[in-house]
Design a protein around this ligand. Structure first.
Ligand code: AMP
Length: 306
């Protein structure tokens, strides 16, 4: 019979979906020390942002594990855990298409048993911004990510810059708890600049936006780009920049800003003057949907000759 499979694809191993912690650990023990193991933690509902992380992991590691776990600990009481999009069949196909080796999809009861008595909280860097808006969120994230690091013991773990404060929390947690792994933070994947959703950061929450709300949401990226342009041209006054960003966002009546914050990239404390590296964090509400985005602003040192 004639095979219709592309020759390259026949070389690719099939992805295995694993639900048991012990089975996964048994498989991994045969690779440990010989192969570089990469982990991409996710909550599913895959989009190009997730796939980009998986592709990078595949390039840099021999074995790629994607964990798919809708973490109940990171949802607040008013946030709808039940509404979170779930489609294992679709997600499996997408992960397999980019060469993921193992999809680790444990039962909630295996990771968060009723008698779970240990949590991890990263205190200082969760005081503000998302941490203030969602009080139990980052302890939920840190606890589950630490568990995944413990279970899998990856050589490298991949996270998106899209959730900037989360990357700071995980970096700090990994440092404080002496996790011996490489953290790789990858750039935010955005909607096509020539589409109606021009520059909007990909997010599983975007599917809850109407078409007109999606169009309004493009203001986030426009506001971030404005700040970057102004800083690149030499503006350093964060109070002024903050006003300009707020003015741009206020042009979209259905977008309600929650915070517009110029911060130190590691402590996330607000700054008044652009530092060598400053992160601009944005959070807005559009209807019932909360969106976040960010950009790194670099105060390029001026050359004496210029
Ligand atoms: P989630 O499934 O939403 O918890 O996200 C899993 C990982 O994908 C996290 O490290 C996110 O930061 C990352 N991620 C989500 N959206 C994007 C995006 N648009 N670009 C790059 N990474 C993303």
């Amino acid at each position: 019979s004639i095979s219709t499979t592309h020759p390259l694809e026949t070389q690719r191993n099939q992805m295995k979906t694993i639900t048991s912690i012990l089975s996964l650990q048994k498989i991994l023990s045969s690779y440990r020390g010989k192969k570089r193991i990469g982990l991409v933690p996710t909550m599913g509902a895959f989009h190009d942002g997730h796939l980009a992380l998986m592709r990078t992991a595949k390039k840099e590691c021999d074995i790629v594990i994607v964990s798919l776990f809708v973490n109940p600990l990171q949802f607040g009481p008013s946030e709808d855990l039940k509404r979170y999009p779930r489609d294992l069949a679709r997600d499996s196909k997408m992960a397999e298409s980019v060469g993921v080796d193992f999809l680790f999809a444990p039962m909630a009861s295996a990771i968060v048993p009723p008698d779970l008595d240990t949590t991890i909280s990263v205190s200082q860097v969760t005081k503000r911004w998302e941490g203030a808006a969602r009080p139990a969120h980052f302890a939920g994230v840190a606890t589950i990510v630490a568990k995944l690091f413990q279970i899998i013991k990856p050589d490298a773990a991949y996270f998106g810059q899209k959730d900037y404060q989360q990357t700071v929390v995980i970096r700090k947690m990994a440092k404080d708890l002496h996790f011996d792994l490489m953290l790789r933070i990858r750039p935010t994947v955005r909607e096509d600049l020539y589409s109606g959703a021009c520059g909007l950061a990909k997010s599983s929450r975007n599917q809850f936006l109407s078409l007109s709300e999606k169009a309004s949401a493009t203001v986030l990226y426009r506001a971030l780009c404005h700040a970057k342009k102004r800083v690149d041209k030499g503006e350093q006054d964060c109070t002024l920049l903050q006003k300009e960003v707020a003015a741009i966002i206020s042009l979209e009546p259905d977008v309600r800003p929650d915070y517009i914050a110029f911060c130190h990239p590691e402590t996330l404390e607000p700054v008044l003057k652009i530092l060598e590296k400053t992160v601009l964090l944005l959070a807005v509400w559009i209807g019932k949907v909360r969106l976040i985005d960010n950009i790194i602003l670099a105060n390029a040192p001026r050359h004496a000759s210029l």
